[in-house]
Design a protein around this ligand. Sequence first.
Ligand SMILES: Nc1ncnc2c1ncn2[C@@H]1O[C@H](COP(=O)(O)OP(=O)(O)OP(=O)(O)O)[C@@H](O)[C@H]1O
Ligand code: SF4
Ligand SMILES: [Mg+2]
Length: 367
Amino acid sequence: MSAAESILEANLVEVRFSSEKPLFGQAVVVQAVSGVSLKIRRGETFAIVGESGCGKSTLARLLTRLIRPTGGSVRYEGRDLGLLSAKEARAIRRDLQFIFQDPYASLNPRMTVGALIEEPLRVHKIGSKAERRAKVAALLARVGLPAQAASRYPHEFSGGQRQRIGIARALASGPKLVVGDEPVSALDVSIQAQVVNLLADLKEEFGLTLIVIAHDLAVIRHMADRVAVMYLGEIVELAPASRLFAAPRHPYTEALVQAIPLPDPAARRAQVRVEGELPNPIAPPSGCKFHPRCPFAIPLCSQERPVLSRPDAEGRQVACHRAGELTLTGLATAETARSPAAARRFELYREARAEQAARSSRPAQPD
Ligand SMILES: Nc1ncnc2c1ncn2[C@@H]1O[C@H](COP(=O)(O)OP(=O)(O)OP(=O)(O)O)[C@@H](O)[C@H]1O
Ligand code: SF4
Ligand SMILES: [Mg+2]
């Protein structure tokens, strides 16, 4: 991948959190992200998946400079984010925006919606007052909210509408890259459809690069171009979404994929079961961190840490000693990649789109 194709690059980044309260006289250290290297391509939707606590949010936050890595470096458009002047850092904050899981918690309840969306424009000194007002009105319309919303407060809106406000705020400064950290998981299923749909449309319209974190692999399957699977702070597989779901190479990916419910509950898959909980990140297992839960583990797995392979011809990378010899099944067809809930969700997209097209001269009626 050339420098022009990649917008953001992480090189062996690490994040360690030290707890303030020592345990038996020793500081407790959590290695939330461990030696991660990846390149995000300009214009793609890149997904990060994995169990709760595996480091997805920490990785996303350090990619967008909300936190600093304790090791390694992140480069945005070739510039090391750790070596920026204050002026450069401000300019880059315009380019990198975040959409949070809980829009209510991330929106100041004492500010009107208009002021919340205008704030990034004021902070970055974009436009005159009149131009900023016009921009707020245009953003509200674009995310499907009425103009009067500008003078109301976040608590007056539903969850889906608040996420639309969060999206408008994230788009206000004209970012190039937007991270959605579980952007729809707090919303009702029918509303998730509208918001995912909106994000996909806005990505195309504004030429954005999107990084999406989601627990719901069916949503990821639908949205993502490439997927990184994380386990205890490390990327264990990275691949184009279609290949990752159809033919996973890492046993952990296989287990995640197999856990997506089939539309027909009577249908059965060859299950690769992952037993037990995610190990304690304070004392991760030796060798391959997945070995205590892996049905394919051999003695080498507990002794030697497998490194993420270089990308193959399909752009696939995997960190498993046995990647070349295991035959994992994945999902047989595109249909089985979707749970009944997700299938219904995408039916709703189509209905909403058809309806919108039919009455394109009238304003949309969001949730
Ligand atoms: N500020 C912090 N201080 C100490 N430990 C932290 C902090 N933030 C995260 N951690 C720890 O780092 C690890 C990774 O957390 P992170 O929030 O990145 O996981 P996640 O994959 O986003 O989880 P979830 O799916 O639940 O959001 C966890 O063990 C978490 O407890
Ligand atoms: S390295 Fe070993 S334990 Fe780890 S995923 Fe591969 S087979 Fe399983
Ligand atoms: Mg998280």
